[in-house]
Design a protein around this ligand. Structure first.
Ligand SMILES: Nc1ncnc2c1ncn2[C@@H]1O[C@H](COP(=O)(O)OP(=O)(O)OP(=O)(O)O)[C@@H](O)[C@H]1O
Ligand SMILES: [Mg+2]
Length: 479
């Protein structure tokens, strides 16, 4: 991760690259050699961000640009090396005030506060993104080129009036994020995954792959990670479902969480992993580390992309294989999405019970087909019956999560895999969610219900010394 000095030096550099995109060129042409400008018309205070009509006049930006250039020439890079970020923030404030007064810049009280906050954000943080990152209600930030910034709030996507000056400015911010985690992004390597210091997951893709300019997607997680009781409060599942899921983890069932993108798979995986007893050795494997396990005995592994020569990639599969030699009690795999599936299934089947993972699928049935397809895509040829037998004996439960169109997340099905009938994997549903209608405000009406089926695992749960609440599998309807 770069020092503050590196960050400031980075801002002083002439662009390291030109973005080869016809779509981006008009933007760059608008302001070819200008320094970047943070053009957002919401207050830097972290409350808004949603599109509004008001925006500061062009004089404000011209003044800010001048001030920024002047500030960069005055900063003593050596002196700031030893400063903490709080000290530097204060120092920047003092310098900016004196520069404003020195030049008698025509800024009113509000503009003055704003320009100081904006420039501190530019130099110390991620510029226009800072107000969004400070808003705890925002769960996703999506930057589609320099002038379209969307956010997701309470499950709904909204356009904001935050914008960057041009693609070059956006590229500098992307570069800053990516280089902090020792990765790089440029024309020869135009995609990168990274994460912010607060754990937010970042994906960046730039021209020539992204046709409309650099595109940044930031998945934010709650500052305090969601817990099972939060999910019950949010009506994502009932307390009976939560009780079953926590017991399944404690008695070492292998569970696959299935769901579409952004449905809450990783969040649920994190919560379920929290029920793993603290005396067990847990190995987590992810593409970008998102899990925040609270146990002490956790080893976190992360895949590595190829280096500039196209070499050095460490895949999920290699890490799963390696993890098996690390005496894990449990393996928690962020997501199965390619050849590692076979190693994960074998691990689940051979003494690493209680392993957890997620898969991208819209129904439990699709999840099982996807497991089969992934094995095939991984180049492993296996008769389909044998493969299904492997799945049946490896996976105990599939938990389906769904994002409804009002933005809420629901666990729509908990299914137990119970065996094979002929060539078909048989499952039994224990809990389900059925949508029944829509409220006048657009929110979804629906009901959770137990199907009345008692899971086969009940005996194992009892054998482990846990009690199941009375009537938790009775088909009583809970809203
Ligand atoms: N039950 C829930 N209720 C409300 N918000 C939730 C819930 N679960 C997760 N979220 C929020 O939804 C967003 C997406 O969650 P998460 O990253 O877990 O999804 P995902 O399915 O893993 O996504 P991806 O497919 O992109 O990996 C996060 O901001 C998270 O805080
Ligand atoms: Mg995820």
């Amino acid at each position: 991760m770069g020092t503050i000095k590196d960050q400031i030096t980075r801002w002083n550099l002439t662009p390291r690259r030109q973005i080869a995109s016809s779509a981006s060129s008009p933007a760059t042409a608008e302001t070819p050699a200008q320094p970047y400008v943070c053009e957002h018309s919401v207050s830097p205070t972290p409350t808004s961000g949603t599109k509004t009509a008001a925006s500061p006049g062009s004089d404000y930006y011209t003044t800010k640009m001048k001030l920024h250039q002047k500030l960069l020439t005055r900063i003593d890079l050596n002196a700031i090396e030893s400063m903490s970020s709080e000290q530097l923030r204060n120092q920047l404030g003092i310098m900016l005030v004196s520069l404003i007064e020195e030049d008698a810049l025509p800024l009113n009280h509000e503009e003055r506060a704003r320009v100081i906050a904006d420039l501190k954000n530019e130099i110390m943080g991620l510029g226009p993104l800072e107000p969004l990152l400070a808003d705890p209600v925002i769960s996703e930030i999506m930057v589609n080129g320099y002038k379209n910034v969307y956010v997701e709030k309470k499950g709904c996507i909204q356009l904001t009036d935050i914008r960057f000056n041009n693609d070059e400015h956006l590229m500098k911010i992307i570069d800053k994020i990516v280089s902090r985690v020792g990765r790089r992004i440029d024309e020869s390597c135009p995609m990168a995954d990274a994460r912010l210091p607060d754990g937010s997951r970042v994906n960046a893709i730039i021209p020539p792959l992204a046709l409309d300019g650099p595109t940044l997607t930031i998945r934010r997680f709650a500052v305090v990670p969601l817990q099972m009781h939060d999910l019950i409060e949010k009506n994502t599942l009932t307390s009976a479902m939560a009780e079953l899921l926590s017991l399944l983890v404690k008695v070492k069932c292998n569970i696959i969480i299935s769901g579409g993108t952004g449905t809450g798979k990783t969040t649920l995986l994190n919560i379920l992993s929290g029920f793993i007893p603290s005396n067990e050795r847990i190995v987590t494997i992810e593409d970008t580390a998102e899990l925040q396990l609270q146990q002490d005995h956790v080893i976190r592994l992360e895949t590595r992309p190829t280096n500039i020569e196209g070499k050095g990639e460490i895949t999920m599969r290699a890490l799963v294989k390696n993890a098996l030699r690390m005496r894990p009690d449990r393996i928690v795999l962020g997501e199965v999405r390619s050849a590692e599936v076979i190693d994960m299934l074998q691990a689940m089947n051979t003494g690493h019970d209680g392993s957890l993972t997620t898969i991208h699928a819209n129904t439990p049935r699709d999840a099982m087909s996807r497991l089969e397809n992934l094995v095939g895509l991984g180049g492993i040829s296996m008769p389909s019956k044998a493969l299904r037998q492997l799945i049946t004996s490896s996976v105990n439960f599939i938990v389906q999560v769904t994002r409804l169109n009002d933005g809420s997340r629901k666990i729509t099905s908990i299914q137990e895999i119970i065996g094979m009938e002929g060539e078909v994997i048989t499952t039994q549903e224990i809990y389900s969610y059925k949508r029944t209608g829509t409220n006048p405000d657009g929110s979804v009406q629906g009901i959770f219900s137990a199907t009345g089926v008692r899971p086969k695992v009940s005996d194992k749960i009892r054998a482990y010394g846990f009690c199941l609440s009375d009537g938790m599998f009775d088909p009583v309807v809970n809203d």
